[in-house]
Design a protein around this ligand. Structure first.
Ligand code: PXP
Length: 246
């Protein structure tokens, strides 16, 4: 199973201060060194985290694959065709949402999805559609010409009790079976973390997971002690120098 590391929230942290760090490029390279199979980034229409220049810089720097998540708009299509990521994942986007809520409605936007899929595919960019685990959406994705679907695991991840979690898990398992029977490549993602990823990872036909927020969040706790040690060390060395100890 492949792991796509979504680095959007490295940019969220950078943008909070308007600094040039932490750098998404540095994060992407570190992710690759740590075993990421691909790098995922979402260029949102409001550019709230990843900016245009980040996509180009990451595309040029990485050695694995770039999976660009984007909305179904002409601006994004033009951007993807110029940056040439290896994969594009078409996602729904609403300005006011905190994160991508729900899957793309392929049925409602069928003609546009089919057209974008054709144009991207002709330009050697593999297209994935981010959809809910729903049979009719999966069939529409197939009919629109996509070779890949990414199943939205948000409802599973957000389930507030065990019965609901099991129900959402079954939906994903059944959707996966159905998609596999249509010959689609199946990815999954959204809201996955170390506590809920195992049941999804057990579904054989899912080939790739895309995970972002939880990975960046967990890295604070794994990395904070080392970061504090580094800072204390620099302060200590400076003090020792002032006092003529070093
Ligand atoms: N997959 C898709 C298509 C997404 O839009 C996102 C969020 O940008 C993710 C995966 C990753 O979700 P999370 O940040 O919750 O791990």
């Amino acid at each position: 199973m492949l792991l796509g590391v979504n680095i959007d929230h490295v940019a969220t942290l950078r943008n909070a201060r308007g600094t040039i760090y932490p750098s998404p490029v540095q994060a992407a390279l570190l992710a690759e060194t740590a075993g990421a199979d691909l790098i995922t980034m979402h260029l949102r229409e409001d550019r709230r985290h990843i900016k245009d220049a980040d996509v180009a810089a990451v595309r040029a720097a990485i050695q694995t694959r770039l999976n660009l998540e984007m909305a179904l708009t002409d601006e994004m299509l033009a951007h993807a065709l110029s940056v040439q990521p290896h994969d594009v994942c078409i996602v729904p986007e609403k300005r006011q949402e905190i994160t991508t809520e729900g899957g793309l409605d392929v049925i409602a936007h069928f003609e546009k999805v089919a057209l974008f899929t054709q144009q991207l595919t002709q330009n050697h960019i593999r297209v994935s559609l981010f959809i809910d685990p729903d049979k009719t959406q999966i069939q529409a994705a197939k009919d629109a010409g996509a070779s890949v679907i990414e199943l939205h695991t948000g409802a599973y991840a957000d389930a507030s009790h065990e019965k609901e979690r099991q129900m959402e898990l079954e939906k994903i398992q059944q959707a996966t079976q159905w998609a596999a029977s249509l010959g689609l490549i199946i990815h999954a993602g959204h809201g996955l973390n170390i506590h809920n990823v195992a049941d999804i990872a057990k579904i054989d036909a899912i080939e790739e997971l895309n995970i972002g927020h939880a990975l960046i969040a967990q890295s604070i706790f794994i990395g904070l002690p080392e970061s504090i040690k580094q800072m204390k060390n620099v302060i200590f060395q400076a003090r020792c120098g002032r006092m003529g100890i070093l």
